[in-house]
Write a protein that binds this ligand. Structure first.
Ligand code: C5P
Length: 304
């Protein structure tokens, strides 16, 4: 049996460019891997089977549409072998929460099947297979902190110093990523700025944000956090405004929606402050759960 641990991500910058003809948006996306993560185990099986446990696991599809199952098929097809594996996911990453949980499971399944089937697939090939599975899957393989260009799959690792402390507030229910991108386009059209590639220039990574990461400076990072999908996520889920306010009032250096939401992220000055923010969020009734975690951490890897 092979067990793989895989991190969730938060986007410390999510700069969204215009809508491309292929339906994706060009991004300037700074991914940050946090210790909150899923465990994916792979055992010999017949065909591809999938089981899942943990919070929200009843929302996780267990058929061939799951990115973990699709990863197993893609890896087997690449090597021209039959896909035989029993995959099990222990979920800790909020489901449909804007933390790339499904993508993380896809990345973990690639690594787990590669080890189970003793394939020794080169990292570049795993990256290519990951990029075909979804925009956020390559980063879940890589971990750490990285700039994602294109639709998020063209990755450059970024230098980062020390550990940052985070709290994540889990909302009731999920948000659909395509729906949030569509709402972002709709809000841009309504504001008169337009939303197509011709009308919206793709942003660049913010130099102040990159410096804050390289310096390990949480206060500077707090000042530079930015998510172009936040207004769209709050528009679709107005109750997130109260969650964001609660974390800020409890002393978070900054509060933002994680990716396409509805999970919200709070940067804390240290581990103790993070515990206080999590307590305030739990007591407020503005979220379903609050998790203290830290990062950056490595990408999907077999546990010893
Ligand atoms: O790549 P992934 O399957 O995770 O993307 C899900 C959906 O999110 C896409 O079909 C698209 O609607 C939206 N998306 C986007 N621009 C990106 C990434 C995702 O519009 N860069």
């Amino acid at each position: 049996m092979i067990t793989v641990r895989v991190p969730a991500k938060v986007n410390v910058q999510l700069g969204v460019g215009g809508l491309r003809p292929d339906g994706f948006h060009d991004l300037a996306n700074v991914f940050f891997a946090v210790a909150l993560g899923d465990l994916v185990t792979a055992r010999q099986g017949e065909g591809v089977t999938l089981t899942c446990e943990g919070p929200g696991s009843d929302q996780v599809p267990l058929d061939d549409s799951n990115l973990a199952a699709r990863a197993a098929y893609a890896l087997a097809a690449h090597h021209g072998i039959e896909a035989n594996v029993a995959l099990h996911i222990e979920k800790a990453i909020p489901v449909a929460g804007g933390m790339a949980g499904g993508s993380a499971d896809g990345a973990a399944a690639l690594v787990a099947c590669d080890a189970l089937w003793k394939l020794d697939t080169p990292a570049e090939v795993l990256h290519e297979l990951a990029a075909e599975l979804g925009s956020d899957v390559p980063f879940a393989l890589l971990g750490g902190v990285a700039l994602g260009r294109g639709r998020g799959e063209i990755l450059t690792p970024l230098p980062v110093e020390g550990t940052f402390h985070w709290v994540f507030a889990v909302a009731d229910g999920g948000l659909s990523t395509p729906a949030v991108f569509r709402e972002c386009d709709r809000l841009r059209a309504e504001a008169g700025t337009g939303f197509t590639e011709e009308e919206v220039t793709t942003p660049d990574a913010d130099p102040a944000l990159l410096a804050a990461l390289a310096d390990g400076d949480p206060t500077a990072l707090a000042g530079a956090l930015a998510n172009d999908l936040q207004a769209a996520a709050v528009s679709l889920r107005p109750s997130l405004a109260a969650t964001l306010r609660t974390g800020t009032e409890a002393g978070a250096l900054a509060a933002l929606v994680s990716g396409s939401g509805p999970t919200t992220a709070f940067l804390a000055k240290d581990a103790e402050a993070a515990e206080g923010i999590a307590r305030a969020l739990r007591d407020s009734g503005t979220c379903r759960a609050a998790h203290v975690t830290h990062g950056p951490v490595p990408g999907a890897a077999v546990t010893a």
